[in-house]
Design a binder for this molecule. Sequence first.
Ligand SMILES: Nc1nc2c(ncn2[C@@H]2O[C@H](COP(=O)(O)OP(=O)(O)O)[C@@H](O)[C@H]2O)c(=O)[nH]1
Ligand SMILES: [Mg+2]
Length: 273
Amino acid sequence: MSQSAPSTRPFVIIPTYNEAQNIKSVTQRIFAAVPNINVLVIDDSSPDGTADVVRELMNENPNLELRVRQGKQGLGSAYRFGFREAITMGATALIEMDADLSHEPEALPSLLSAADSGADLVIGSRYVQGGRSPGLSPSRLALSRGGNIYANLALGIGVRDATSGFRVYRPELIEKINLDTVSADGYGFQIEMVFRSRLLGATIREVAIIFHQRTLGISKMSNEIVKEAMTLCTVWGFQRRMRQLKGLRGDFVPFHKDSSSIKDAIISSIRAS
Ligand SMILES: Nc1nc2c(ncn2[C@@H]2O[C@H](COP(=O)(O)OP(=O)(O)O)[C@@H](O)[C@H]2O)c(=O)[nH]1
Ligand SMILES: [Mg+2]
């Protein structure tokens, strides 16, 4: 799938929910790091007026775009929407990045050059040599490391930081994945996208990043999001194992939480032949 045409119209997609205090610095630093880059903010009608701040910034930045959606619909849904919009606008690379400055805009050139040198998916990774996440609380570090170990055991993805939200995708890979069949949110979305990329034989590279703790605003991470990621990994892992045991090859669309029950997905993977 890889080809090495340089990325001429990269889009950074930033989902926002109550990031009015961060969005100005993050966009300014992005444009300083990569002057001609495009930035697309997907705001879910943040009550703190994030969208108004973005509108103000758009007066000075012709490469800044905003889409406002009705109500909080989750990070996975915001990215699915943003990927489609950016592809429609001719994106040659799709970059995922948080608004809270956890991801250093100055790392964008190294991620983009890894994509240009032939990776379908580049993951900014805390867990490869040179990667760090200073100041992460022991409980969040345990959750993050434990989640990655579990996702690797269940799904065989061979990625050290599968929950990282700082990434570059080649648009061709996103088009192949078919976003209509991706239903996870939050960490589950990040893991699902790595899993789906692996199933398609994509070239995946991890590049070291320093992940900073948020200093302004609050995290939207919740127990529900962690629970969803664990449940989905377990079901996908079961489906994958059944397929291996039966020697099944060919296209495989993993369990989609909105289109069948877990019970039906398990029964059909036991029956499949
Ligand atoms: N549009 C949109 N963005 C969201 C939503 N939930 C989180 N985000 C954004 O996703 C990014 C990561 O969320 P964050 O709260 O920092 O999660 P954490 O880093 O796991 O603690 C931030 O830019 C958030 O503003 C949502 O429901 N809709
Ligand atoms: Mg964050």
